[in-house]
Design a protein around this ligand. Sequence first.
Ligand SMILES: [Zn+2]
Length: 470
Amino acid sequence: MKKFYITTPIYYINTEPSIGSACTTVAADVLARLHRQLGEEVFYLTGTDEHGEKVAETAEQAGLSPIEFCNQIAPKFEEAWKLLNISHDFFIRTTDPRHEKVVGEVLQKIYDVGDVYKDKYEGWYCIGCEEFKTDKELVEGHCPLHPPKKTVLKSEENWFFKLSKYIPQIIELIENPEKNYIFPESKRLEILAKLKAGVNDISISREKVKWGIPVPWDKEHTIYVWIDALINYYSATVFLENKADFWPADLHLLGKEILWFHTVVWQAMLMSANLPLPKKTYIHDFYTIDGQKMSKSLGNTIPPKEMVDLFGVDGSRYLIARSFPNNGDVDVDIVKFKEKYNADLANNLGNLVSRVCKLGIGLPIPNPSKSPFDKGDFTNLIDNLKFDEAISWVFDNFIDKSNNRLNEVAPLKLEANDPKRIEVLTECTQNLRQAAFYLQSVMPTISQKILDLLDGEIKPLESGLFPRIV
Ligand SMILES: [Zn+2]
């Protein structure tokens, strides 16, 4: 059986689930469900990133130990994903001792081949990002993503990883267009430019941070949270026995703020540890609200629960997939979501289902297609994260077409046994079934409901699938 292993980033536990993390998680879920529909054996991994200075600091402010704090927040992610009907196979937490053990083993391999050395490091460090910043990355002397007070001058003895040693190999990999190793193209070019501008080695340990996994050969140091976190994609396939043959991942899905670590540092670590590399990495842009990046400090985020309360589970998944930022940032807000929901789901798809079910009650459906659908345009578009185009394709070919036919033929004005009425209702039914097969990965529950309503004979619809929202 063909295998498909897909990951989201593990979300940093210092923030709560938002529409930003929901966007990546829903996108990965659509792919996971589609590949299951295609008969593949899927492993979908998501989770939380729980170590580091920022977590320890936030826990202290809340009067909790770091692990108590993590134990409070991690379930919030699991609840949010349950609410959005996310079908992940495993939720990994980096405080899981099984993960910690694998991290130590990978680091030891990197150390044993001589890719690690001790050096003194001094530089500007952003506690918000948990990373040292180069002068080029600072704006007015501080990290542009976080308040100025988060950027501090740090000097300490660190263990360094010979990242620079692997840069020529990584450039070769990314330059090979056949591998389509990083996509979309704009992100591939961005990373190539950055690689060619010159790369320094990277510090992989922290002397003063206690909340982390100890460095195996120097217990006074903890492993830098980013290094620990990246290894989750591999560690899950090591400690989960039935997932042993899933590494390397088929697709890492992530947002652009973590592009560098995933496409450069992670590859170099794997090369050093002599482990297979992930097959593809996809980088998406951001959702913005009024043109601004969503953030906890600005308080302008939309929690998944707020969306689900308004638009239902499948409505929320649909809106997220439709607006998925695959070609530049996408500005979203509740008003725009309402308009889209009403136009596409309440007035178009929902209305079609209720018209067909009302006019055609009891009408037998000849030879309903049992095979879900052909691999083709739709599958390709989803595999390339072009959800908006994929869904438009379904609407154009099956849903809009049927609504137009119903308007044209006006079956309501025809006698119940008029062959023209039966013909148009049968045609719409087949189209709707086809649409529902295609939309199963995006709207699993409602698609199944449509298939059930149109199975064998047309059944009455008790209440609208998508109530209009005012
Ligand atoms: Zn920062």
